[in-house]
Design a protein around this ligand. Sequence first.
Ligand SMILES: [Zn+2]
Length: 356
Amino acid sequence: MDKNALEFLEKYLNNAAPTGYEAEGQKMWMDYLRPYVDEFITDNYGTAVGVINPDAKYKVVIEGHADEISWYVNYITDNGLIYVIRNGGSDHQIATSRRVNIHTKKGIVKGVFGWPAIHTRDKSNEQAPKLENICIDVGCSTKEEVEKMGVHVGCVITYPDEFFILNENKFVCRALDNRMGGFMIAEVAKMLKENNVKLDFGLYITNSVQEEVGLRGAEMITQRIKPDVAIVTDVCHDTTTPMIEKKKEGHTQIGDGPVISYAPAIQNNLRELIIEAAEDKKIPFQRLAASRVTGTDTDAFAYSNGGVPSALISLPLRYMHTTVEMVHRDDVENVIKLIYESLLKIKDNHNFSYFQ
Ligand SMILES: [Zn+2]
């Protein structure tokens, strides 16, 4: 990961891209990716795809998602407080006492999620923060005052937290889920270019919108691309921090390498190709099993177009959907390497069928 890559990552992370409003981040991402691809496809909802070998018949997707969780303004009280609803899996438990950015046509309006003082709370019946009791204060005393600032029902709300590095190799930021995915697939394209690799199939480097509300961007773009193979990357949980039950969530941790998933949506022969790539190149990896669905865009690709061989390579992450999500730099580099090496093993017209 060179200096230029790290600079891009920081800029890309610090830009807010809430679900439904990913376009600015996508432009940034396309600018970074442009030297490494032949052309771009974009769709009406903002998904962006860099294409290498657009004329090739056999199509391979590598994919991450561009959006981040946020809140919507839902209701403004007469005395100027703002109640919210989720846009994606935003966490009510971490909201209180946080600063927020409300996105309006007039620009960012700053606010805070307030919370009653410890002195005034009923100690025998402590309330946990929940959607019904958290609200944003923008420093106004009437609804009219709030509206005059440009805030209305439907405005989206993000956290201002920015990228930083802890102890040399832990990246911390909001929205590492899944801004890291877009970053890592772009780095794969860069590696292909720098190593002068001529792929004999079409490569579709796909940054999908609207994953956080149910894999919607991937559902749309897979119909457009009609890929033959899809390798998806997203984040998964580090399960070694407190209050996580390993018997339920499995054991995966940051620093121990990319996480390869087992699930019905994962095509076994494609997964084995990825594991072979890891073993051949001595890339460390971990395993994770998912019951029924992976909950990632993998499901959207797998169950489209009559069944697309799909696999999932995840980046382990601590504190998902908080403002201090954390990943290990070595894992980031190893996910990039693993996607790259897997692509080198895929041949034109590669047949993944179980019946050959
Ligand atoms: Zn997420």
